[in-house]
Ligand binder design. Structure first.
Ligand code: SAH
Ligand code: SF4
Ligand code: F3S
Length: 440
């Protein structure tokens, strides 16, 4: 490849989960610290970072079509870096299939992005897919600016090896970031404007650490320490695994007023046979008992989940068990997916792959119930008075958008500013948002 002038502008596009978005922000901060300027339009950026997701086949395919679309009308291409989980899983293949890609960098190695970009401008093609993640965090710059809500990765990687999932391979083994580093990063985010922090991890509730006193703590202890930061108003966390939902964390939902009444706790299926084949370490009934304990601690908690329909061998009766567990829980919101066979995972080699049309039908049934329950949850909120954290302006003049404690989108029209926590009466509900009225 010919040498080119060093990029002055960049654009990072993130395709994946919240941790992928967090990584995208950190890469942008790194490039900014190198003197480059972020631009919104990728058509004009000298450097484009595609921060990819490998979780389902569709997500992965997007990468290649996106690379193709980066070619400009005059035939030139920007300097292209592919980051994220597809880079980790298929780095060599990307380099072979897409000659315009100059940098491939995995999710545990992106602290090296600036030096890789510098080498690529001199004409080489660079790949970094080393693990694990410890070195990365130490090498990232201090956080500076933040919106009212911020993400903070506290735990990364996964040792659970659900048989359908690529994450243990793309993100590596579970690691917990050190307590002091997290307190420092949280303080910097709050100093930079954050009022709400969402703690992130593939298994966020598997986080363990040592408080400054030397005491061993889990996520509940971390949340308790974070709650002492005066200007931090709200703490959230995602995604949790049922196996790591310990008593202390359940109790924290009763005792820590800054911990928001919302829990994303995926169950994936309602069938014990399927759960076992998925290598989930819980039964449907064990999950429901856990939900009972969480609700006993925090009766108003909003529950969220993830579902996979059409896992290999899933029968109609097993699928009916999934519908039944949805009915039993009554989710405030949930995500559902058609099973997608991923290369290298055990489930991809299982018998009984479910036809696409059957999966589509099952997905529609799951989504109908989830939508029904989401609307019911929103309607049941009418008459509540709660705080809303204002995140942005709405479409109507004078209108503001923010989130309730239960993570519902609330809009209201009144005097306000981004980052305000305002008292609002919830007055009418739709499936995806709630109309509120500011108190006083
Ligand atoms: N660590 C988190 C998130 C994993 S990915 C957790 O365990 O919940 C987010 C969701 O994607 C999963 O919960 C699962 O519902 C879905 N998912 C993962 N692999 C998938 C696959 N191969 N096909 C379809 N959905 C999948
Ligand atoms: Fe994937 Fe299971 Fe790990 Fe979640 S817990 S990241 S679904 S392997
Ligand atoms: Fe996707 Fe990687 Fe997140 S595969 S869901 S970006 S951990």
């Amino acid at each position: 490849m010919p040498a080119q002038t060093p990029p002055r502008t960049f654009h990072v596009k993130s395709f994946g989960c919240q941790m992928n978005v967090y990584d995208g922000e950190r890469m942008a901060e790194l490039l900014t610290a190198e003197g480059m300027t972020a631009v919104d339009a990728r058509e004009t950026a000298d450097l484009v970072v595609l921060n990819t997701c490998h979780i389902r086949e569709k997500a992965t395919e997007k990468v290649y079509s996106d690379i193709g679309r980066l070619r400009r009308d005059d035939g030139t291409v920007p300097l292209i870096a592919v980051a994220g989980c597809v880079a980790q899983a298929e780095g060599a293949e990307i380099m072979a299939r897409a000659p315009s890609v100059r940098v491939v960098v995995g999710p545990q190695a992106y602290h090296r992005l600036p030096e890789m970009v510098a080498a690529a401008t001199k004409g080489s093609r660079e790949t970094a897919t080393d693990m694990p993640a410890e070195a990365k965090f130490a090498a990232l710059p201090q956080r500076r600016k933040s919106g009212p809500t911020a993400f903070l990765t506290i735990q990364e990687g996964c040792d659970k090896f659900c048989t359908y999932c690529v994450v243990p391979y793309t993100r590596g083994a579970e690691i917990s970031r050190a307590f002091v580093d997290l307190i420092e990063e949280a303080r910097a985010l709050v100093d930079g404007g954050a009022r709400e922090i969402t703690l992130l991890g593939q298994n966020v509730n598997a986080w363990t650490g040592e408080a400054t006193t030397g005491r061993a703590i889990g996520l509940a202890g971390l949340a308790e320490a974070l709650a002492t930061i005066p200007d931090l108003a709200r703490i959230r966390y995602t995604t949790s695994h049922p196996a790591d939902m310990d008593d202390a964390l359940i109790a924290a939902h009763a005792d820590n007023p800054k911990l928001m009444p919302f829990l994303h706790l995926p169950v994936q299926s309602g069938s014990d046979r399927v759960l076992k084949a998925m290598n989930r370490s819980h039964s449907a009934d064990g999950y429901l008992k856990l939900i009972d304990r969480v609700r006993a601690a925090r009766p108003d908690i909003a529950l969220s989940g993830d579902f996979i329909v059409g896992f290999p061998g899933e029968t109609e009766a097993e699928f009916a068990d999934t519908l039944a567990i949805i009915d039993a829980v009554g989710y405030a919101q949930a995500y559902s997916f058609k099973y997608s066979a991923r290369p290298g995972t055990p489930a991809a080699l299982m018998d009984g792959h479910v036809p696409a049309t059957v999966m589509e039908d099952r997905l529609a049934q799951v989504q109908d119930r989830i939508n029904r329950d989401q609307l019911a949850f929103n309607q049941a909120s009418i008459g509540r008075r709660c705080q809303v954290l204002v995140e942005r302006r709405g479409r109507q003049p004078g209108q503001w958008l923010g989130k309730s404690p239960w993570l519902q989108s609330v809009h209201f029209s009144d005097e306000a500013a981004i980052g305000d926590l305002v008292e609002v009466d919830l007055i009418s509900a739709g499936p995806n948002s709630i109309a509120g009225q500011r108190v006083g």
